[in-house]
Write a protein that binds this ligand. Structure first.
Ligand SMILES: [Cu+2]
Length: 254
């Protein structure tokens, strides 16, 4: 990789009008180069559907996101199949309540998995949020926050992950944070099950929009999706305190 300069890789990327996978701080440039040489056509198809991630450095994010306006519909399948030899990126997060009850032996089964089947594809989210004492029959806000710092519990995780500097919104709004996930539904038992769906198609597991190493936060209140008119609606959706959180970590590729 050392023999392949960043400049020449940039030229390759720019000439292909592709997103800057080389900026990926996690996977390294070798994979980016291989991807660009092998996956060009798949990516082009994907980008027509507005699925490219992390293109802000070339202006793609700002100019190309209009394809995401889909009337609130989420992406649930129908994507171009991932190339068979391309590893599927995955990540997960174990959510914890940083308080006395948890420390004294409370056990939760709150694990959320993130899967991205190709480099600039959408990230699907799947998981169970059980045992966190969520209020039954509610909707609760959750977001990816910018920092993976739980030294002070969930409150040191920073604000919503927002590399594009936009206002908070619904995960399907044009104006939104990359970390915006809206609300999940809590059932009559106070549990939640997220069924493998793409909630915010700007987040990625690589590149500038990567959520790896950042924090998933579960809130005590409902996210107003930026529409509530509260002082903090356009920053955090007036979703209240931080009940539980965990750092999103890397899983082995599959
Ligand atoms: Cu949040």
């Amino acid at each position: 990789m050392r023999t392949f300069s960043a400049l020449s890789l940039f030229a390759l990327v720019a000439s292909s009008a592709l997103a800057p996978a080389f900026a990926n701080p996690i996977e390294g440039e070798v994979e980016a180069r291989e991807w660009h040489s092998n996956k060009h056509h798949e990516y082009q198809k994907g980008s027509q559907n507005g699925h490219h991630q992390g293109g802000s450095e070339h202006g793609h994010q700002q100019g190309g996101q209009h394809g995401h306006q889909q009337g609130g519909q989420h992406h649930n399948g129908g994507h171009q199949a991932a190339p068979a030899h391309k590893p599927i990126k995955r990540a997960n997060v174990v959510l914890r309540i940083f308080d006395e009850a948890e420390i004294q032996g409370g056990y939760s089964s709150a694990v959320v998995y993130f899967t991205q089947e190709w480099e600039h594809g959408p990230v699907s989210i799947k998981g169970e949020i059980i045992g966190l004492g969520l209020e039954p029959d509610t909707e609760r806000g959750w977001h990816v926050h910018e920092h993976g710092d739980l030294a002070g519990g969930c409150k040191t995780a920073g604000l919503h992950f927002n590399p594009q500097g936009q206002n908070h919104g619904a995960p399907w709004d044009h104006e939104r944070h990359v970390g915006d996930l809206g609300n999940f539904e809590v059932d009559e038992n106070g549990d939640a099950y997220i069924d493998n769906k793409v909630i915010n198609d700007r987040m990625s597991l690589n590149g500038p929009n990567s959520i790896i190493g950042r924090t998933l936060v579960i809130h005590l209140g409902t996210d107003d999706l930026g529409k509530g008119g509260q002082p903090d609606s356009l920053t955090v959706g007036a979703s209240g305190g931080r009940l539980a959180c965990g750092i999103i970590g890397v899983l082995p590729d599959v």
